[in-house]
Ligand binder design. Structure first.
Ligand SMILES: *Cc1c(COP(=O)(O)O)cnc(C)c1O
Length: 410
């Protein structure tokens, strides 16, 4: 099946008993079996089935399978949020003393999560640019993970996935890629050598901002058999390429219980059907708005990887062509002007989110990055005069008119 058909029919499992075409919200914590042996067989792994919703749930499983059909890979695990997906994926791999290399342009929440891992004896090195050279220098025998975003939020730097994938292959380091901003509509990181793909499904996957969730896609890497991943030894022997997911489901995933709720899974399953239609509009509108703003006298700078003025333009062309995502950032010269721009908008909402059908703005320096030092903010591509815009799918004329009347008020 092609992409759009897969969004609707990929691994589709209609309810056989009723014929319902939408997967029911299975609001059941536990699943009864006729005999003690049946339940024991599931617990021991001799048979598969649902036993308890912290571990698995039919609605959640249906969403996991749909995501797997869309993204590719071997197995998918839904989580309570994008942050819990990142935490679980990292901690499923590392042990105290290990090292993670991360792009410094990652999402503020992720930056702080990584920074705080030092409390658990995990050393995180942030690099401004990830490529063959910088990674060759930075990777040591302690390095277990390289973590990056396809397009940094809100730095909007473009990851050279192909070369990073190659280095991680040579060095047998697990590559985890957060593709929240791009979604499988724009790129499938596993095809470039990513071992794990992360989504905050709260954003474009859900699409209408009505359910928080996360997804861990396991590409089925063979790297876990390398002797440096000793904690995977038993899992690799027993589960082969499913080692990562097996360990996740049998250890931290189950222990922490940060699972996606069945209601959210069902909302996401409905939302994802229109992913392609929405992404096309997000990308088209963002490009038009970026072009408009780049000629406006009240704007100092516009950052959008699809503009020739962007330092990431060429890299963006390599991976994304015309469609470079739905996010852009604007600099106004002062915080006061940035605030005035936000305050005078009518249609566009001021809130902490991206990937909604609605156009959204935020001043990252005083909100999502408020906890970070000026130096850290600059590493993340965040400045006092910068506003991030997540361009929605309204009529572009209305978005531009709203932006324009606000700019006139500055
Ligand atoms: C929002 C976001 C997250 C965190 O996801 P939540 O669902 O809010 O926990 C992680 N990565 C990126 C790129 C994001 O935009």
């Amino acid at each position: 099946m092609r992409f759009q058909t897969n969004l609707i029919h990929g691994n589709r499992a209609d309810d056989k008993s009723t014929g319902a075409t939408n997967v029911p919200i299975y609001l059941s914590n536990a699943y009864a079996r006729q005999t003690a042996k049946e339940l024991a067989d599931i617990f021991s792994g001799r048979n598969i089935g649902h036993v308890y919703t912290r571990i698995s749930n039919p609605s959640v499983e249906a969403f996991e399978k749909r995501m797997l059909a869309i993204e590719g890979g071997l197995s998918a695990t839904a989580t309570a949020s994008g942050m819990s997906a990142i935490y679980l994926a990292l901690m499923n791999i590392v042990q105290p003393g290990d090292e993670i290399i991360a792009a410094s342009g990652v999402f503020g929440g992720t930056y702080n999560l990584l920074k705080n891992l030092d409390h658990q004896g995990i050393n995180v090195k942030f690099l401004d640019v990830l490529n063959q050279e910088t990674l060759d220098q930075a990777i040591t025998s302690e390095t277990k993970i390289v973590f990056a975003e396809t397009i940094g939020n809100p730095k909007l730097d473009i990851l050279d996935l192909e070369s990073v994938g190659k280095v991680c292959q040579q060095k047998e380091v697990i590559l985890i890629v957060d593709s929240t901003v791009t979604t499988p509509y724009l790129i499938k990181p596993i095809e470039y050598g990513a071992d794990i793909v992360i989504h905050s499904t709260s954003k474009y996957i859900n699409g209408t901002a009505n359910a928080i969730g996360g997804m861990i896609i396991d590409g089925g890497s063979k790297k876990y058999q390398n002797e440096k991943y000793t904690n995977f030894e038993t899992y690799h022997k027993r589960f082969r390429q499913f080692a990562f997911t097996a360990k996740l489901k049998m250890e931290l995933g189950k222990d922490l219980g940060a699972t996606m709720s069945p209601t959210n899974a069902t909302l996401n399953l409905t939302g994802v059907e229109t992913l392609q239609l929405r992404m096309k509009e997000h990308c088209k509108n963002a490009k038009k708005l970026a072009e408009y703003l780049s000629t406006h006298s009240k704007v100092d700078e516009v950052h959008f990887p699809g503009l020739t003025s962007s330092p990431y333009y060429e890299m963006a062309q390599k991976y994304y062509g015309e469609a470079c995502g739905g996010i852009l950032t604007v600099r106004f010269g002062s915080k006061e002007k940035a605030f005035a721009f936000i305050d005078h908008l009518n249609i566009i909402s001021n809130l902490a989110n991206i990937g909604d059908t609605k156009s959204l703005v935020i001043h990252p320096a005083s909100t999502i990055c408020a906890q970070n030092s000026t130096k850290e903010k600059e590493q993340m591509g965040v400045y006092e005069d910068l506003v991030r815009i997540s361009v929605g799918i309204e009529d572009i004329e209305d978005i531009i008119e709203d932006v324009n009347q606000s700019l006139e008020n500055i």
